[in-house]
Ligand binder design. Structure first.
Ligand SMILES: Nc1ncnc2c1ncn2[C@@H]1O[C@H](COP(=O)(O)OP(=O)(O)O)[C@@H](O)[C@H]1O
Ligand SMILES: [Mg+2]
Length: 362
């Protein structure tokens, strides 16, 4: 019960509420012999060991490379010198590695000094800020190219118009030259339009993603009859999602076309769908998303392209424009989704995440 001046009478209340059990920070308590006496559920999850297994063990038997020396812990017990280390890599005996921030402080339980160790996992935060950085870089590269494309487009229109006027004044032989100007101006306009990227507002409708995948697969097989096998690994229970069919069709087609270009005649493409929970898209937590993977068993993304893969005009092919993936990225972003890629020789996977909204799912 609260006292009249609104102060907690005893910390017991917090304890009774099982506060340590609710915490997301992993907490373990060591006694003066430096053996584990207590671990909260977050610590059990982080260390993948139950409290029964942990109890009585030392840090040296938990971590493959124990980064917290006994000497420092003893010092903490004797002098109360608390410490906090960030960016510590913990390695376990199964070679699993995590990056954490560790805080060690002293506490007294039952009149005996103990050590309270808190572990905060920071790999996920790091990954999110790396993603945000990539996204920013991609956006500034795209804006630069768009700005440039705009600047080229206007004089190009004037150039073409003038060539058309001139064309009327010339004899047939001379018109060859003006025709050439017009044709080349048209080619450039076409390129510039693609550099400007998709600019129509999406026409969103709630629908089944598999219908689009089927259409793309059919088109690809039709265009490449003698080549490649497309394997479908769909999750039929995936709820409908809200998207613009043409745009998502284009985004997926660009990715598959790249795969077709690199896999041999015995190559394989897998179209896979799954529901994915608790994903982060552009720094926002998304409860439920549709995950569409386009996987090929080709040679993998060339190493030198990996960091700038989605930038416009980045291509590994002599006759490539480097616009396909940049356009796919823009189209997926227009749906508040995320396009990413993991690649190694024999397995390249492009992953599209599209948020599933409550209304669409019901
Ligand atoms: N599935 C893949 N496997 C290997 N490399 C790929 C794959 N997809 C894309 N790439 C590489 O990424 C580059 C950029 O692709 P893209 O943006 O579509 O432009 P383009 O196809 O015009 O080169 C390609 O040239 C290729 O080198
Ligand atoms: Mg391409």
């Amino acid at each position: 019960m609260y006292s009249s001046n609104n102060q907690m009478p005893k910390n017991k209340l917090y304890y009774q509420q099982n506060l340590p059990n609710q915490m997301v920070t992993a907490v373990i308590v060591l006694n003066s012999e430096l053996t584990v006496q207590y671990a909260n559920p977050a610590a059990e999850a982080l260390l993948i060991k139950s409290i029964n297994k942990l109890k009585g063990s030392t840090l040296n038997t938990i971590f493959f490379n124990n980064p917290i020396s006994d000497k420092r812990l003893k010092q903490l017990l004797t002098s109360g010198q608390e410490f906090s280390d960030s960016d510590v890599i913990l390695e376990f005996f199964d070679r699993r590695k995590i990056t954490v921030e560790i805080t060690a402080s002293s506490v007294v339980f039952d009149k005996n000094p103990h050590i309270l160790l808190e572990f905060k996992q920071i790999d996920q935060q790091k990954q999110i800020s790396a993603e945000a950085f990539q996204q920013q870089q991609w956006e500034s590269a795209r804006d630069l190219i768009r700005g440039l494309a705009h600047e080229i487009k206007n004089p190009l229109g004037g150039l073409r118009g003038a060539a058309q006027l001139l064309n009327r004044e010339l004899n047939e032989e001379q018109q060859e030259y003006t025709q050439m100007i017009i044709e080349q101006a048209d080619r450039l306009t076409n390129l510039v339009d693609r550099l400007l990227g998709p600019n129509q507002v999406p026409k969103m409708a709630t629908q089944n993603i598999h219908i689009v995948l089927e259409k793309v697969a059919q088109l690809v097989s039709f265009n490449n009859p003698q080549q490649s096998e497309i394997i479908k690994d769909y999750d039929p229970s995936l709820p409908d999602i809200c998207f613009d069919e043409d745009k998502i069709h284009q985004a997926i087609l660009n990715i598959i076309n790249n795969a077709i270009q690199v896999i041999g005649s015995d190559g394989q493409i897998i179209l896979k769908t799954r529901a994915a929970s608790n994903k982060t898209i552009n720094g926002k937590k998304i409860k439920l998303a549709a995950q569409i993977s386009i996987i090929d068993n080709g040679p993998g993304i060339p190493e030198k392209l990996q960091d700038t893969l989605f930038y416009p005009m980045v291509s590994g092919r002599a006759n490539g424009t480097g616009l396909g993936l940049s356009i796919s990225q823009t189209l997926v972003n227009q749906h508040q989704g995320k396009l990413s890629c993991v690649s190694q020789p024999g397995h390249t996977e492009f992953i599209i995440l599209l948020p599933i909204t409550q209304e669409a799912a019901s």
